[in-house]
Design a protein around this ligand. Structure first.
Ligand code: SF4
Length: 589
């Protein structure tokens, strides 16, 4: 396994960020040499770690403008805006201005699906792009005007909440002292017992019982333990952690403090995705205020919380990959067992909890397990946050009890156009047609599990194009460690490219089936296990849309000899009619 060859160097990722700020990007030999001197690591090893992360690959330029390559941004017209931008300033994604002032590129969903179409400029979100804004931006880019001189209100990220419930109402009015001083927070066992009684399950998608995870960690041998808050919210379409980090950071830090106390950890780390790096100064200020107020690193609340910034790798949302990343390595998921609860960060027992889970912990301690259980379904207790985007009039945050019917959640967001399909739990979740039957499905682990992400698509959208987009995303983000996922995601992406080009046949579709099965059965982590889900659901629910794209032959080669030779034939002015191969036999009439 590659990570075993790589040394554990906590802090290396943050040093790479600092080096990038100081020396510019991509990391130059001078930057690597400086890091080598500082960390005593071989230059090749530092470069290998850096090369794993998207944002350490940024081209040399003073400023970086990344357009968001996410399905809702495409539905909102990002491709036309990018083309308009390119016409006006001569820069398309992948290009850098002649004077090196601006580099332009694409990046995956940045937690801004409710504000599509959007971009990132030097890591800062630029939501709600319009033609007027694009024209102005093109002028500034052409003139080399830095983003600091653009209207700063353009960078404001709205966090619209359309349905509030007991969780958000509590979060709005709670205080840290009240939460942490509550009698239920008196001892590690009282915290753990309350969370156990509440039946809290992880809100990140897998739904593992939180108290069980904590107990495994707490009972594992060893003196040191760690608590990690997973704010690497990379599942396309998801932005509820962005909302919580922006509006309720103190509730998150309350939850982190309580969780750390419950498992016996004195150190906790908030792993923040790079796309949320703009929130880091504010979060650090809040941590400083909490330290000053005695809520951290004090005799009563001894937990120390630090922040660590990711660098653009979707797979780091997987808990063991996240731990690898914190240890200064490429963020590849580990082979398990052993599990992080016994052998996690620095080899010590570690709990990784999602941001919403930790906010829920604080809510449970403040309000009690029975309050939590009074909402939700039999197997999925408590209120749940949903982030809804796509073809809806009100994209944003919604709170409903777990177990609410899918149709209720969709209706609240006010669909635009006739709903055709809904993607539940992001691309690795479930794609469903919108029907009376699916609308009645309950958003709970006993029926339709949901991490809170819902993307709605109306009848003007093409399910095949949506799945093709997801396929490209998975192929790009696979860490490449294990063969079923590495090969399978590429095969799916290539097959869908063929389908979109009108070159695919039934044979191509059939060839995917064993690959999907291999991914489902033999992938090393949840990424590979679920990356085939969109294809599975497309075939199950939208087969007609798929089949109408297929050629009525058994096999069509993706390679056209005639097309490849056309330029040469034109240049040499030699075109022997007998040297043409039929691309494929036409079926008999
Ligand atoms: Fe990497 Fe995919 Fe294997 Fe997970 S399943 S370890 S992402 S190659």
């Amino acid at each position: 396994m590659a990570s075993e060859r790589q040394r554990t160097v906590p802090g290396l990722l943050q040093a790479l960020h600092r080096a990038q700020q100081h020396f510019g990007s991509p990391l130059s030999p001078a930057a690597l040499e400086a890091l080598h001197k500082e960390w005593g690591l071989p230059v090749g090893e530092i470069a290998a770690t850096a090369s794993f992360y998207h944002f350490f690959q940024a081209p040399a330029a003073c400023h970086h403008l990344y357009f968001i390559d996410h399905v809702t941004d495409h539905h909102a017209g990002i491709a036309a805006l990018v083309a308009r931008f390119a016409r006006q300033c001569g820069l398309s994604p992948g290009m850098t201005s002649a004077d090196g002032t601006y580099a332009v590129g694409w990046t995956s969903c940045a937690g801004l699906s409710d504000q599509a179409p959007a971009a990132l400029v030097d890591g800062r979100p630029l939501p709600h792009l319009t033609e007027t804004k694009i024209d102005q931006i093109a002028q500034w880019v052409r003139a080399g005007i830095p983003p600091e001189n653009w209207p700063q209100e353009w960078f404001a990220v709205a966090n619209d909440v359309y349905v509030r419930g007991p969780l958000l109402e509590w979060a709005d009015s709670a205080t840290s002292t009240a939460v942490l001083s509550h009698p239920r927070a008196a001892t590690p066992e009282s915290i753990l017992a309350e969370v156990e009684a509440a039946g809290l399950r992880g809100r990140g998608g897998a739904g593992f019982p939180t108290a069980t995870k904590w107990r495994y960690c707490r009972n594992a041998p060893g003196e040191r333990r760690y608590l990690i808050a997973n704010a690497d919210e990379g599942e396309p379409g998801t932005f509820k952690d962005r909302y919580l980090l922006t509006r309720h950071p103190d509730r998150l830090f309350d939850g982190m403090t309580l969780a750390a106390l419950a498992i016996g950890a004195h150190e906790a780390i908030l792993y923040l995705r790079a796309e949320y790096g703009y929130l880091k100064p504010k979060l650090e200020q809040i941590l400083a205020e909490r330290r000053a107020a005695g809520l951290l690193e004090s005799e009563r609340w001894p937990v120390k919380i630090t922040l660590s910034l990711g660098a653009g790798a979707y797979v780091c949302g997987e808990e063991s990959a996240l731990i690898e990343s914190l240890e200064g390595k490429p963020g590849r998921p580990r082979v398990r067992p052993p599990f992080p609860v016994t052998h996690g960060y620095l080899g010590k027992p570690t709990v990784v909890n999602n941001v919403e889970t930790l906010v829920a912990v604080a809510a449970i301690i403040a309000n009690g397990a029975s309050w939590w259980r009074s909402q939700g379904s039999a197997q999925t207790s408590g209120p749940k946050l949903f982030c809804i985007s796509g073809d809806v009039a009100r994209p944003g945050i919604y709170e409903f009890p777990s177990g609410t019917p899918l149709g209720t959640v969709i209706a609240a967001a006010q669909p635009v156009g006739a709903p055709l399909a809904v993607q539940v739990s992001g691309p690795s979740g479930t794609l469903l047609p919108v029907t009376d039957a699916t609308s009645a499905r309950l958003l709970a682990f006993e029926d339709l599990p949901c991490n809170g992400t819902i993307m709605l698509f109306n009848e003007t959208r093409d399910p095949v194009a949506i799945v093709a987009h997801f396929a490209r995303f998975f192929a790009h983000e696979s860490c490449g460690f294990c063969t079923p996922c590495r090969v399978g995601t590429q095969l799916i992406a290539r097959t869908f490219r063929k389908i979109e080009e009108g070159l695919a046949t039934r044979f191509d579709l059939e060839r995917l089936a064993p690959a999907l099965e291999a991914m489902r059965l033999a992938s090393n982590c949840g990424f590979g296990l679920s990356a085939g889900n969109p294809v599975r659901d497309l075939v199950a629910h939208f087969r007609a849309s798929l089949e109408e794209r297929l050629q009525p032959h058994d096999f069509v080669p993706a390679f056209s000899l005639d097309a490849e030779l056309a330029a040469t034939r034109a240049l040499t002015q030699r075109d022997d009619p007998h040297a043409h191969l039929a691309q494929f036999e036409q079926p008999e009439a």
